[in-house]
Design a binder for this molecule. Sequence first.
Ligand SMILES: Cc1cc2nc3c(=O)[nH]c(=O)nc-3n(C[C@H](O)[C@H](O)[C@H](O)COP(=O)(O)OP(=O)(O)OC[C@H]3O[C@@H](n4cnc5c(N)ncnc54)[C@H](O)[C@@H]3O)c2cc1C
Length: 477
Amino acid sequence: MSLAIVWFRRDLRLADNPALSLALRQHRRVLPLYIHAPHEESPWEPGAASRWWLHHSLAALAAELERRGAPLEVHAGDSLAVLQNLVRRCGADAVYWNRLYEPSALARDQQVEQALKAQGVAVCLGNASLLAEPGEITTGQGGPYRVFTPYWRNLRARLQPSPPAGVPARLDSCAPAGGLALAQLGLLPRRPWDAGFYSAWKPGEAGAGLALSAFCEDVVQVYAQQRDIPAIGGTSRLSAHLHFGEISPRQIHWALHELGCSRGARCHEAAEPFLRELGWREFAHHLLYHFPQTTQQDLNPDFGGFAWREPETELLTAWQRGRTGIPMIDAGMRELWETGWMHNRVRMLTASFLCKNLRIHWRHGARWFWDTLVDADLANNTLGWQWSAGTGADAAPYFRIFNPVTQGERFDPDGAYVKRWLPQLARLAFKSVHAPWKQPDLLARSGYAQPMVDLAASREAALQAYRNRTAPRLRGV
Ligand SMILES: Cc1cc2nc3c(=O)[nH]c(=O)nc-3n(C[C@H](O)[C@H](O)[C@H](O)COP(=O)(O)OP(=O)(O)OC[C@H]3O[C@@H](n4cnc5c(N)ncnc54)[C@H](O)[C@@H]3O)c2cc1C
């Protein structure tokens, strides 16, 4: 009776899981396995918010597997050693997994694959997380795209919705191999700063399905109009579910297609801007695969010599904790701290403020997001920060520096978002809640901070630093 190990990583679902489907097709029994090996993701070991999500996602997966007769084996250590040990102890013929695209995961997986094959164990790989894997979409010359629009045009033309595989009803497994209890991985924070996460999120495949249904039911039709308004739930909030592979972009594409079929052409068209955002996710993975150095280095070589400021702890901490005195920035940073998520528009504003008004290197911001976002994703985070800093190839021109006051007045016109996260500003009748310093008396009564920088002067200083960027770096980061 042949047995296959299915190595779950960031594909924490049973439906539309190519590794699981293939293993079930070719083997009588499967051993579902998770290996906790954060050191193998170095220097991007999962941050604190990600670990919170991972704990709950694994718990949800384990419950679903148990219900179907194949409990999840949880182990910790070097992946190869754990796999070799289990292959030997359980008599497995093959190991199945779905590919990852981060540089450290690619290197590790290649080593594991070679070692297992050398031992005579079959290895079977699938694509669980992308609409098109890196290398599938190339320019006319066969190279990687560096600009989103032609990349997306190419990918979009190839996309064909197809029905995803369902959840297997029953799984046959082998005797337990003596793994760990989930709690032994120590993923949950010791200090309870995660209280707000529980009401904001439902990690796991079922939670992902609910989020997708709610989005299809109420939001997708108005996505294009509402996606930039942070005060309302105008986006899908699927990012962490996608990152952990609790749902696949193929499943989402299929759901949108079915929605279009049942509700008509207008719904079909309304889904297009959303699909394009999934395209950004694809593009981010494409860039990370082809330019793996960009997690640390500017993609755009034209940016060399820019005079980043040595991060003064005080400035960086004020930004991290939402104490800059600029309401849109502080509201975003507090939303992030309390819920592990921040609206995309506000991510762009907070990133622009750090890199341009404070001139602190984007790497410091990317690290903070990495630790505090439940959806922290190396590909998307790198792209988002490089885009915001102006160092990416496909970035907004450097001189387009977001003004958090005018952005607030445009995308949060009644101040509902700012007031939700900064209640001290809600109590008083500011003419513009986005620029409370214009009414010093009210500002003093509110107890809210004075702005830590003058927006116009810091903008001008950033532009000047940009013009001078060919000069050698003043101080490294
Ligand atoms: C500085 C910065 C850092 C970011 N860091 C991350 C990160 O670590 N992880 C992450 O998933 N996203 C990141 N993003 C992208 C984006 O902000 C989030 O994906 C989005 O806010 C998630 O909310 P949603 O699921 O409701 O998005 P929706 O608007 O509903 O979009 C649907 C999905 O498309 C993808 N997507 C949307 N926008 C982008 C984008 N700009 N780039 C790549 N993929 C996108 C996400 O997977 C998202 O879940 C970052 C953006 C910026 C500006």
